[in-house]
Design a protein around this ligand. Structure first.
Ligand code: NIG
Length: 388
């Protein structure tokens, strides 16, 4: 029988089981990689090992549904220029493409592993990452392969920008043909940066339709820097998510609210690019499904901290703490299509994956009440305690 661990003396337990309020004086039992029991601490069964969390809050591990972690190089100079007033216009992507192509596979894997570890120690137990800084067949294939060794889900973002030295038509043929074939064994989704300076709506449609024919799910980078049509396209094609969502018309909000496409907001990116914050409150009020992710990348959002994103979503985007925590756990799971049993993530339920975090705080409200304070006290991923 699998080893059992009793986590007890939980001051506040957030399960994300629909309709279940935060539980107090709770306990749970992990058996192997699964949750075997949840209930009152007073009724807890015996287990091989018992861990008292002494009144702290427990919640599902973060599900970070949008990152770009396969890269080399540093763009802090670009960041400083932005803080001095320069506008973000996606031109820096070429800088990272040059550095990524020049790096060895071991260097790319090492950098990814460093960032994955950093995220995990802060409670991120499930993580998506993208290709998109290789932008030729060999570099994109290597990026996808390296990503698949470390991340839970990989997204193909060959259509990030048109790289230097090739025209747009030729590049689209590559992305939708040989590049897609090369990455296909490693990736679950295809993505496109639908924005002025990247790909227009018709080019984006071509990329997404090719991905769909190859059996991939769809995601879109949309409406980050203007009303580029990405949201409308994502909804029309039934994409799993459209990410950024900064510049939304009422029609965009209504379309998202009437669809299954998740609106993923990226608070750290909005602050780092000084774009207007994505209207998460408006989206929620309209009935759209909202997810929160870090968008960890060297250009627009060099953070792995879901706590920072949750705090910003509460303090500046006006979500309640419960809405923000839901968006950073279940919302991410829905955006990645991993919300259903038996391998659902972002939720603590009997029979489900034992991915959980303990906060050094009595309540999830401290995530925004004590912003900037590293509150992760302990993390379990698939039933294994993560070394601090
Ligand atoms: O999600 N928007 C497009 N891609 C990334 C940024 C990439 C970069 O500037 O390196 C993002 O913000």
């Amino acid at each position: 029988m699998a080893r059992s661990q009793l986590i007890t003396d939980i001051g506040e337990l957030t399960t994300q089981v629909p309709g279940e309020p935060r539980l107090t004086d709770a306990a749970l039992v992990i058996e192997g990689d699964r949750i075997a029991w949840i209930g009152s601490a007073a009724d807890a069964p015996a287990a091989d090992e018992s861990v008292s969390v002494a009144g702290r809050a427990v919640l599902p591990g973060w599900v970070d549904s949008h990152t770009h972690m396969v890269f080399a190089g540093d763009r802090s100079a670009e960041f400083e220029a932005r803080m001095a007033g320069q506008k973000y216009a996606a031109g820096g992507i070429a800088t990272t493409v040059r550095a990524t192509r020049a790096a060895t596979e071991a260097e790319l894997a090492g950098n990814l592993s460093r960032l994955r570890g950093e995220a995990l120690r802060q409670g991120t137990t499930f993580l998506e990452t993208k290709t998109g800084y290789g932008l030729d067949v060999a570099s994109e294939e290597a990026s996808a392969r390296i990503a698949a060794a470390e991340a839970d889900i990989v997204t193909f973002l060959g259509a990030h920008v048109v790289p230097e030295g090739i025209d747009a038509r030729e590049y689209l043929d590559l992305v939708t043909g040989p590049m897609l074939d090369a990455v296909a064994p490693w990736v679950r989704f295809i993505d496109v940066f639908c924005e002025r300076g990247a790909f227009d709506v018709e080019q984006s449609r071509e990329v997404l339709e090719a991905g769909r024919r190859a059996g991939l799910g769809l995601r879109v980078h949309g409406n980050q820097l203007g009303h580029g049509g990405g949201v409308a396209l994502a909804v029309e094609l039934g994409a799993a998510s459209v990410d950024h969502c900064n510049a939304l018309t009422d029609a965009d909000v209504d379309a998202l609210a009437g669809s299954d496409t998740v609106a993923t907001v990226l608070p750290a990116c909005d602050l780092s690019t000084r774009e207007p914050l994505a209207p998460a409150r408006r989206l929620r009020d309209a009935g759209a499904t909202v997810a929160i992710a870090t968008n960890c990348n060297p250009g627009t959002s060099y953070t792995t901290s879901m706590q920072y994103c949750v705090a910003t979503a509460v303090l500046q985007m006006h979500l309640s703490i419960e809405e923000a925590v839901w968006a950073a756990t279940r919302g991410g799971a829905v955006a990645l299509g991993v919300q259903d049993s038996p391998d659902a993530v972002g939720m603590l339920a009997v029979g489900g994956r034992a991915d959980l975090q303990v906060l050094d705080a009595p309540s999830i409200s401290h995530l925004a009440y004590r912003p900037g304070v590293p509150l992760t006290a302990a993390v379990w991923r698939a039933g294994e305690r993560v070394p601090a």
